[in-house]
Structure formats: C-alpha cells, structure tokens
Design a protein around this ligand. Structure first.
Ligand SMILES: NC(=O)C1=CN([C@@H]2O[C@H](COP(=O)(O)OP(=O)(O)OC[C@H]3O[C@@H](n4cnc5c(N)ncnc54)[C@H](O)[C@@H]3O)[C@@H](O)[C@H]2O)C=CC1
Ligand SMILES: O=C(CO)COP(=O)(O)O
Length: 323
C-alpha cells in the first residue's frame, strides 16, 4: 500500500515516518524548502527539527503527483483541508483524516469537509494522544483509527502499525473526530489556568468539566460515549491539557499571562487549532442546543476579555447537578 501524505508540518512528517517503516511514502508539502529538505537531506528542520527521516519518504510540491497512491493521510490544518483537497486527485482513494478541527463558516468536521469534496472516497479518522516529536522519536503511542468499513480499517491499521505505534479499531468516525477538535479548545483553557497561576485544582476541574462538555456535544452529534472516553477523546484531552509541548496549551499560557491572542498567533509558524475551532464550536453547540460554558469562556479570552472577569463569570454560574 503506497501512502500519500497531505501536509508537511510536524504531524504530517511524523506520520510519514510511521508509514515509511512499511513501504513507500509520498508527502505533499506547501513550502518548497520543506520539499527540498526532505528530498535532499531526509529532514524537515522547519517543522520537525532534529529528526532523521527515512529515504523511503519522497516529497513533492504538486498535489497532482498524489494520483495513484493507495491511501491519503490528510494532515493539513483544518481550515485549509477543503481548499487543498479540492486540488487533489482523489477519486475513490481512502482518505484518513488526521487534522483536528471544525471548518469556520460551514461548521463541518474535517471528515465532513472531505466527504463533501470527494463523495466517492471512503473516510477514516486517525486521532489520539500523539505529540508529533514523540511519535517521530519512536516512543510508544496508541491511537484510535476509525472507519465504517471494517475491512478497510484493518488494512490501514496493518499498514500503519509498528512496534511503538498501535492503532485501535473503531467504526465511530464522528466520535473520533469530535474528541480531537474539542480538546484543542479545552487545552487553551488549561493553559490559561497555568499562565494566570490559578492552580492545579482549577486545571483538574477544567479537564473534568471540559470532558462533560465534550461528551454532551459529542452525544448530540451522534458520537458514542465510549469513543469520547477513549484515546481520541479523554486520552488526548489529558495529554494536551497537561503539557507545554501542546501549542494550544502554550497559547493559553500566553493568554493567561495577559498577552493578546492577536500577538500570540501572529508570532507563530505552527498551528494552534483551538483558536480557530473555538468560535465555530460555540456556533455548532448552539445548533444542537448544548451548553459549553468553558468553550465560550475560551472564545471570550481569545476576543480579549480579562482572565479575572471570565473566571468570575464561570464560577458564579448557577449551582447545578454534576451529571
Ligand atoms: N503536531 C502534532 O503533534 C499533532 C498535530 N495534529 C493536527 O495535525 C494538523 C496539522 O498540524 P501540524 O502538522 O502540527 O502543523 P504545523 O503546526 O507543524 O505546521 C503548520 C502546517 O500548516 C500548513 N499550512 C499553513 N498555511 C497553509 C495553507 N494556506 N494551506 C495549506 N497548509 C497550510 C503548513 O504547510 C504546515 O504543514 C492540525 O490539525 C493538528 O491539530 C494532530 C496530532 C498531533
Ligand atoms: O493534537 C496534539 C496531540 O495529540 C497536538 O496538540 P497541539 O496541537 O496542542 O500541540
């Protein structure tokens, strides 16, 4: 199975490294310097510095070159997936969605964006607690690999599995997507707690109450509770809410220290998906009449509200049952 990868950021490159253990990989990158560095030096110093890549990974700057691969891993940032896929020859090639987010405007998860662009292509979702640099270093990692077609799921899992990379099977594509999209927003909230020095009790409370929000929203959208409690939901939430290795958590730390979102986002080359997902998630939650106060609080903070005011408002909401 020849694997194509769309996106030469940290995660696209790390997944290319995973796939290269089992055969040929063709990676599309937007930046000509990334294409050149992968082909000439077997490295991606721009997005995944310090990692030696396999010569089995070839890079291209032309999406048309991806015609003829057996499966495509889609690892462009969520807001760009639609545009990039529109220019990719896909046909009936399986699309494995690895980006985490919801498209602004359409309120579609990336799998829904892909289905709209290429209705003939089967959709799978690969998601879980996966910092790219750890995966690239060969550290033990487990993910959810969801696909409604169990035979295709098994073939993809067999192709990507390795001694330290373990995909678990699921048919709950929607559930696998929702966990990854929502946890990025909640990680910003946990970063704010860290940056503002609000303490570890507050962080644990945010993880638990954030998980309640994720579950309410997920169930309303047809996800299964056990998927949300698994690797792609709770697993990824815990990882991202507890480490400065997370770009979303780090963005929150800056906000918690009183820096503006505009400055923090302008200063980065890498993507913090939660900043783009937060406002559209608020709209998507209203569509299904689900209350997501922490997600709304993150939106206010991104819009410039003061941490003290947002915290006071969250804590003074009417008392309610936990479940
Ligand atoms: N880095 C990680 O540890 C993980 C990232 N992800 C997800 O993977 C997706 C990609 O993230 P990373 O690989 O980390 O990216 P990155 O933050 O390392 O790099 C930014 C990426 O955005 C691309 N980009 C920027 N503007 C673009 C445009 N106009 N059109 C197309 N692409 C554009 C760049 O080419 C580059 O590939 C995100 O949805 C992220 O949430 C998922 C799991 C782990
Ligand atoms: O999704 C991730 C880990 O699973 C990466 O998180 P960040 O995008 O916040 O760095």
């Amino acid at each position: 199975m020849k694997i194509g990868v769309i996106g030469g950021g940290a995660w696209g490159t790390a997944l290319a490294a995973v796939a290269a253990r089992g055969g040929e990989v063709l990676l599309w990158a937007r930046e000509p310097e990334v294409v050149a560095a992968i082909n000439a030096d077997h490295a991606n110093p721009l997005f995944l510095p310090g990692v030696a890549l396999s010569p089995a990974i070839r890079a291209t700057g032309a999406l048309g070159d991806l015609a003829g691969v057996d499966a495509l891993l889609v690892v462009a940032p969520a807001q760009h997936v639609g545009r990039v896929l529109a220019e990719t020859p896909v046909g009936a090639t399986p699309l494995v969605m690895c980006a985490k987010g919801i498209e602004a405007g359409t309120r579609r998860l990336v799998g829904e964006v892909a289905h709209a662009a290429h209705p003939g292509a089967p959709i799978a979702v690969l998601s879980g607690p996966t910092f790219a640099h750890e995966v690239a270093a060969g550290l033990p990692t487990a993910v959810t690999l969801a696909c409604e077609d169990s035979d295709l799921q098994a073939r993809l899992a067999a192709r990507l599995a390795g001694p330290a990379f373990r995909p678990y099977a699921s048919t709950d594509v929607m559930g696998a997507e929702i966990g990854g999209a929502v946890k990025n927003v909640l990680a910003i909230a946990c970063g704010v707690v860290e940056g503002a020095g609000l303490g570890q009790n507050a962080r644990a409370a945010l993880i638990a109450r954030g998980f309640a929000e994720m579950t309410r929203f997920g169930l309303a959208r047809g996800a299964r509770a056990e998927t949300l409690a698994g690797l792609s939901g709770l697993g990824d939430l815990v990882l991202t809410c507890s480490s400065t290795s997370s770009r979303n958590f780090s963005l929150g730390v800056g906000l918690g220290r009183g820096e503006s979102a505009a400055t923090l986002l302008a200063d980065r080359r890498t993507v913090a998906e939660g900043a783009f997902t937060a406002p559209v998630l608020v709209e998507a939650a209203r569509d299904v009449e689900v209350d997501m106060p922490i997600v709304e609080a993150v939106c206010r903070l991104l819009d410039g509200a003061e941490v003290r005011a947002v915290t006071r408002d969250l804590l003074s909401r009417p008392l309610r049952d936990e479940v």
